[in-house]
Design a protein around this ligand. Structure first.
Ligand SMILES: [Zn+2]
Length: 318
């Protein structure tokens, strides 16, 4: 702030005092005297500049890097940093490319504004699986079976993903999936379910998150069949979230929305709602006001994801 602005701020009475206090040279005395004259005559100077300076706020930064760069598996990792300190939240999508709602939600999340901390997003973990809408790519290789506890990951893509997780040292990790059936049916399918680790408050958090979804998103006409349930993660299936839980001892969750008779738009809407609830709960991004605009937000999410997906395909083909 320059002297003229100070004089403006302080007003005519205080300005007299200031002139006396800093009259070190003839030049300054003259300048201050003319400012005083301007004030007395009612002319205003420099106020807009002062206002601009006062309201300027820092913004978040987004850093993109590429895992497995230069290979057919090359996939982007986004690091969104808020100016305000907070936890690091690692969000994964596209581990299974046919589970579209997960990678579309994660892709949309790369453009979200956050309030605090760091949001790391790997939206299309297995980009070839995503492009082929395939659970396994290459065929016979399920990316979510490459992460054995206490051992190095089994292939190069899994290694790159694991290295990125270790490097960013997240406070929490969420992996977005979908399933053809329902966990509650006990048929081997795991839909409408949040698998959670037992670190911290992940159990009660999963209860709260699913209660939120059941209350605000699952319509009465689909209850009780489509009500979300929670399950403690225990099976040793060499999954990302299980290895992160076991080896890094961090809270992790796997979100599984059902694909059974549920439109893609709704699957994305529910996956988005869960992700937002978790980000809000961890203090990374406030959810305020978004519940009332759920259909609009779901539509926006879909179109953003489609646009990004189209761009991606073009880049890969070229
Ligand atoms: Zn999956």
């Amino acid at each position: 702030m320059n002297r003229r602005t100070l004089l403006q701020t302080l007003g005519a009475t205080a300005a007299g005092t200031l002139v006396a206090g800093c009259a070190g040279s003839d030049g300054e005395t003259t300048q201050n005297a003319s400012s005083d004259a301007a004030n007395e005559s009612g002319t205003t100077t420099a106020t807009p500049e002062a206002t601009e300076t006062a309201t300027a706020t820092p913004t978040q930064t987004v850093t993109t890097s590429t895992l497995r760069e230069g290979t057919a598996e090359a996939t982007d990792l986004y690091v969104i940093d808020a100016p305000k300190a907070g936890p690091t939240f690692f969000l994964v999508g596209g581990v299974h490319g046919d589970e579209v709602s997960g990678w579309k939600t994660a892709t949309a999340a790369t453009e979200w504004d956050i309030d605090a901390g760091t949001l790391v997003v790997l939206p299309k973990a297995n980009i070839q699986g995503v492009e082929n809408r395939s659970r396994e790519y290459p065929e016979g290789t399920d990316l979510n079976r490459q992460f054995e506890r206490g051992k190095p990951p089994k292939n190069e893509l899994a290694t790159a993903i694991w290295d990125a997780i270790v490097e960013h040292d997240p406070d929490v990790l969420v992996d977005l999936h979908s399933s053809k059936g329902f966990q509650a049916d006990d048929t081997g399918y795991v839909g409408q379910n949040v698998f959670h680790s037992q670190q911290g408050t992940m159990g009660p958090d999963a209860e709260q998150a699913t209660a939120f979804l059941n209350e605000n998103y699952v319509p009465a006409s689909r209850k009780p069949k489509y009500e979300f349930v929670t399950t403690t993660m225990s099976k040793n299936l060499a999954m990302i979230a299980d290895k992160a839980r076991a080896d890094l001892e961090i809270p992790t969750a796997i979100f599984e929305v059902t694909e059974a008779d549920l439109p893609e738009e709704t699957r994305i809407e529910w996956t988005t709602a869960y992700t937002r609830w978790m980000l809000d709960h961890w203090g990374v991004r406030a959810m305020e006001g978004e519940q009332t605009a759920q259909s609009t937000s779901a539509t926006n999410t879909t179109s953003t994801a489609n646009a990004t997906s189209t761009t991606k395909t073009t880049e890969t083909n070229s």
